[in-house]
Design a protein around this ligand. Structure first.
Ligand SMILES: [Zn+2]
Length: 93
């Protein structure tokens, strides 16, 4: 607490506030600080939540693409095998 915000009685004491006015002013200042910290926390929380959602979306999209590419590679292999078989059959006929 700032010295200037203490009354003459409290100012003469070291640290401790002894009158109702100074205690209540001090509590109000604490409440203001807490409210401001609370709103900063909420802003940080919502920013973090939005980052998390973006990250989750990116990860799930990447998983989907990996799965899709894997399926495509299998289909390509299958197709190559079929073409080879067809070529072999047409050569033997
Ligand atoms: Zn006082």
């Amino acid at each position: 607490m700032e010295r200037s915000s203490k009354c003459a009685v409290c100012y003469s004491w070291f640290r401790a506030l002894i009158c109702i006015a100074c205690v209540s002013r001090s509590l109000n200042e604490c409440k203001t600080v807490l409210d401001s910290l609370k709103s900063r926390r909420e802003v940080s929380y919502s920013r973090l939540s939005s980052l998390l959602v973006t990250k989750e979306r990116a990860i799930s999209q990447q998983c989907w693409m990996d799965l899709h590419n894997e399926k495509l590679a299998k289909l390509r292999d299958k197709l190559e095998l079929q073409v080879e078989k067809q070529k072999h059959i047409s050569e033997t006929i």
